[in-house]
Ligand binder design. Structure first.
Ligand code: GDP
Ligand code: MG
Length: 748
């Protein structure tokens, strides 16, 4: 008989085969008092496991062979084993459970409540006590801890027999209830004791039987020793009562069936306000009141019942509130693990993607991350609440907060990783965009507006960042804000702008330098060319004082030079201010410009005084003086002319140029140009980059050890000497040629 119980239903069987093996329900506690861990499989097979609080638990009590199993089978369509009429042996062992098979209304009957689970408890045999009594007590406790309604099944002829076996059972029920109640008088719910009087002949009306039973119950209650504080409590403080009577099943089979059907209709959900204690004899009253429910969610019932049984069976104090908390902790953890599976499915790939990108050094912004995160977060919290909120509220709230913390820690990492990726790529993109816009501007000529480009790109970059960041914000998660990060981003963009501006300053500086170079090349060349014409200016009438042009050569060069640089400086300043360069940056730029311009001038002078160049100029200067008269008319040499005298004067006059040329000295002030003052003080804020490619200048850069005089020396003494000798030779050649032509002219 017991071979057909749930022990043998292995996990993984489909529910049909399981239902078959659960034909007689499931033996929750077997004859060895072992709890059946397979209960969840049964509840699952019966589709109760996921019903939350939407189920009811009813137990039946009574002496052996009083037709308990028969009654349940009729009431609920169950298949509990019953004693065959011929054998008369005890059949029910331990505690069996079965789901109501009649919860669908049949033949116009009133529909019963959903998911009624019935426990058929092994009856006590009045004759044998001891071991039997132990199980009676334990099963009573178990039933009270789990069941909403306790059906007490008694024969009519037992009513009023105060010493009967049933009264012993009831005494036990009351005692264990008190025991539970002591542990926690707030959360131990009321139970309904539903007396079903069997083989009711009808001569004694039900109301009389009821009176007798109530009197007996009160009497039993009064004999119990009650704990301090509860001495005056009444039985009605803990139990509700209902009574019904059924006709003899064998002798009045039709009436029995009819009465059982009526009784069945009472297993409906009702409201407290609709009845008094005890229930009236009105047979139609629903008996499943919310206050009887044990509030153990169906998916936690097996674990709860198992733990409760373990406590009971090992004779430990049964503390239901503690059991409920333990259950809540276990189940909440289990539920958290379950709901995290879906969360992981979405979030883990994103986490590894982000980690990989970060490791590779090229952080990337993950598309759709914000949506995925808020979706996964909302789902995991909702799923958890859906299942776990039925458990002990304190535990649930704590575990819910734990889960949220857990989930948020991971989301926050993703959130910040994304922001940092957006930050890095954003700043990089900004720099690239500005650079390529500048390049495009340069192609069209240098008249692009640098500051306008920077402002537009910065605006775009900030917008992109904010868009990315706001997409990440999760509603209801206070940590998901990006104010600080945005500030930091703005700061870094400013820093990047600063770098770009420095580059732009460099470009501007080299443009201006190029301009200075080409301008000086021409205008300084012009000044040196004037040496070639011995009378200075191009065709200007000679004013008599020959050589005055040469004397202020350096004054003119200095003037041209300083004017040119001044012009360049104003161009530089104007452009640099246009893109927001700071006064310090402008100061550095101008300082560099002056130094580099001086270098340009100095190189240009060196080029002009290169051996071949200057010798040519001196020769031209000499020839101008020698071959042309005061009016600038070419001389035709005659033998009578003082060729030698003219030659000597012209030669000496040109030779005077050599010491003049050899040093950059101003005629007006009779001193070297004020180079140091002109370059000005070295700016205070100077970076290494600012000093790059600057050459030391004598008399300005002290550590260089070169004096201003050396800086201004155009021709060394040796060069001067050499130049004089070469020039004289050239002049001599011209003289000889003139002499020859004078003689030749006579002979012709
Ligand atoms: P249990 O031990 O209380 O579960 O009793 P059973 O349901 O196994 O029934 C024990 C015996 O009582 C069986 O032989 C039944 O046929 C018989 N029986 C069942 N219902 C009634 C009833 O209403 N009246 C009488 N007199 N006998 C019944
Ligand atoms: Mg039975």
């Amino acid at each position: 008989m017991t071979a057909a119980n749930g022990h043998f239903a292995s996990v993984g069987d489909d529910s049909n085969t399981q239902l078959q093996s659960f034909e007689h329900g499931i033996q929750v506690i077997d004859e060895n008092k072992t709890y059946n861990a397979n209960l969840p499989a049964y509840l699952d097979a019966e589709h109760v496991l996921r019903q939350g609080f939407n189920y009811h638990l009813i137990s039946v009590f009574g002496s052996q062979s009083t037709g308990k199993s028969t009654l349940l089978n009729h009431l609920f369509g169950t298949h509990f084993g019953v004693m065959s009429e011929s054998e008369r042996r005890q059949t029910t062992k331990g505690i069996w459970m079965s789901k109501n098979k009649r919860d669908q209304a049949e033949r116009g009957a009133v529909k019963m409540a959903d998911n009624i689970l019935v426990m058929d408890v092994e009856g006590t045999d009045g004759r044998e006590r001891g071991e039997d009594q132990d199980f009676e007590r334990k099963s009573a406790l178990f039933a009270l801890a789990t069941s909403e309604v306790l059906i007490v099944n008694i024969w009519e002829h037992q009513v009023g027999l105060y010493q009967g076996a049933n009264m012993g059972l009831l005494k036990t029920v009351f005692e264990v209830n008190l025991q539970l109640f002591l542990k926690d008088n707030n959360s131990t719910p009321r139970s309904l004791l539903f007396f079903v009087i069997r083989d009711h002949i009808g001569t004694t009306p039900l109301s009389n039987l009821r009176q007798t039973l109530l009197a007996d119950l009160t009497r039993i209650w009064s004999t119990l020793s009650k704990p301090p504080g509860l001495e005056n409590s009444k039985i009605e403080d803990y139990f509700d009562f209902a009574f019904t009577a059924l006709p003899h099943k064998i002798l009045q089979p039709e009436q029995f069936i009819e009465s059982v059907a009526k009784l069945g209709s009472r297993f409906r959900e009702g409201q407290k306000s609709s009845r008094t204690n005890p229930f009236s004899d009105e047979q139609a009253e629903p008996i499943l009141l919310p206050e009887y429910h044990r509030r153990i969610p169906a998916d936690g019932f097996s674990m709860y019942a198992g733990n409760v049984w373990e406590q009971i069976d090992s004779n430990k104090d049964l503390d239901l509130p503690t059991q409920q908390e333990l259950l809540a902790q276990f189940r909440c953890d289990e539920i958290a693990r379950e709901v995290l599976v879906a969360f992981d499915e979405v979030i883990t790939p994103l986490e590894s993607k982000q980690a990989d990108a970060a490791k590779s050094g090229s952080p990337s912004v993950l598309v759709g991350l914000g949506k995925a995160m808020s979706g996964a977060r909302a789902k995991v919290l909702k799923d958890f609440t859906g299942e776990a909120s039925r458990y002990h509220q304190g535990v649930y709230k704590r575990k819910s907060a734990e889960l949220e913390t857990n989930v948020d820690a991971r989301l926050k990492t993703l959130f910040q990783g994304q922001l940092s990726a957006a930050h890095k790529t954003g700043v990089q993109q900004f720099t690239e965009s500005v650079s390529s816009a500048v390049k495009a501007g340069q192609k069209k000529g240098s008249n692009y507006d640098f500051q306008k480009i920077v402002n537009a790109e910065k605006q775009k970059s900030l917008q992109n960042y904010e868009q990315e960041a706001s997409d990440l914000v999760i509603e209801g998660a206070s940590w998901s804000n990006y104010k600080q990060e945005l500030d930091l981003y703005r700061k870094d963009l400013d820093e990047a702008s600063g770098k770009l501006r420095k580059d732009e300053m460099r470009r501007l500086a080299s443009r201006v330098e190029r301009w200075v170079r080409s301008h000086l090349s021409e205008s300084i060349g012009v000044q040196f060319n004037k040496i070639g014409s011995g009378r200075g200016g191009s065709g200007a009438p000679e004013t008599g004082e020959r050589g005055s042009i040469e004397k202020d050569l350096w004054d003119r060069i200095w003037l041209v030079f300083t004017e040119t640089v001044k012009h360049a400086e104003s161009r530089f300043t104007e452009r640099a201010k246009g893109f927001d360069a700071s006064p310090e940056e402008v100061e550095v730029g101008l300082w560099r410009l002056r130094r580099k311009s001086w270098g340009v001038l100095r190189a240009k002078i060196d080029e002009e005084v290169m051996e071949g160049n200057i010798l040519l100029k001196l020769r031209e200067n000499f020839e101008d003086k020698f071959r042309y008269d005061e009016e600038g008319v070419p001389r035709i040499w005659r033998p009578s002319d003082d060729i030698e005298g003219i030659y000597t004067r012209a030669r000496e006059s040109t030779l005077e140029l050599i010491p003049l040329l050899s040093k950059f000295r101003l005629h007006e002030t009779k001193s070297l140009p004020p180079l140091e003052e002109w370059i000005g003080q070295t700016p205070a804020e100077l970076s290494a980059a600012d000093e790059e490619d600057l050459h030391p200048i004598g008399g300005v850069d002290e550590e260089d050890g070169k004096t201003l005089d050396e800086e201004m020396t155009v021709l060394s003494d040796a060069k001067k000497q050499d130049l004089s000798v070469r020039f004289k030779k050239t002049a001599d050649g011209v003289y000889v040629e003139a002499k020859r032509s004078a003689i030749g002219g006579v002979t012709q």
